[in-house]
Design a protein around this ligand. Sequence first.
Ligand code: ATP
Ligand code: FE2
Length: 338
Amino acid sequence: MLYFSKIDIYLMFMLCLGIESTAHTFGVGIVSDKGEILANSKDVYKPPHGSGIVPHDAKVHHENCKERVLEDALKSAGVDLSDIDLIAFSQGPGLPPCLWVGTEFAKKISNENNIPLIGVNHPVAHIEIAKLTTGAKDPVVIYVSGGNTQILAFAGGRYRVFGETEDISIGNALDTFARKVGLPYPGGPKIEKLAKSGKYVELPYVVKGMDLSFSGIVTAAEKLYRDGVKLENICFSLQETCFSMLVEVTERAVAHTGKKEVVLTGGVAANKRLIEMLEIMCKERGCSFSSVPMEYSGDNGVMISWTGILAYKSGQRTKNFDPISRWRTDEVEISWMK
Ligand code: ATP
Ligand code: FE2
């Protein structure tokens, strides 16, 4: 087996520093072009109790922590900016005030140190970090987060959307219900905990073709809460219903594409019950299942660094560095996959 010391890695391989700032997380990651993760530093904005993200407050949070998070990443990787060969930043989609902080910071570091700069699509980065950390090569991807719910697979040079939500994302559904019943943001982990001691109560199940809808389920869950149904039971049913819907659409995407791997990514990939349900479906269909490790499931700078390396090495160059607040996953050319 080949063994490289840390110092060999810096000298022999390309290092990319990636900056994430699309929403609540300000993150800096450092990755080598061999996929070695050297740093994953972040600081997460917490909204005031009972509220969702306040974009201006998240921006101020990012402004206040950016230098510290950068220093922390360089320190934990044991490198200086002079060792960095490429800067990548999350160019969109996201909240414009938050995106601007990351963009301006990335431009500044790039200019001052004369390091090339590349813009990265945030959802594509969630997909690529899942592939890097699980070893999946060409999977059906379930991308579930605060802003997105999509079932994707590579076809014709892009990650095509095979199924998605028609209204709010699953993370938003969990966070919204949590807020309405007085649980703090992010609601997903709290709901997961309460669901452990819950029993089933009926909620609507909404799958239309390959698409999903969550807003009616949240309204029905809120009504159950007002009617005095035990919170644990509602949390249990909310998870069972929403996750079954996701599993159903994923199973059909696997059947349609004939892919042999399934990976789960995005903030909601931290949920153990969702993982368990997908494992069962994949076992029955004879395909492999893996989930991005928890430290890379939510927003992070590592996924931006790694995707920056893939894009840069396959010849992509960013011409306009302004944030792109609306940027669909299937608009991005995946030039690093054949
Ligand atoms: P996007 O990629 O759409 O921009 P995002 O910026 O909101 O997403 P992520 O960090 O990817 O951020 O995901 C955050 C979401 O993950 C929140 O909705 C949160 O409730 C959810 N989440 C985190 N942990 C869990 C869990 N254990 N179970 C369910 N949901 C979870
Ligand atoms: Fe995200």
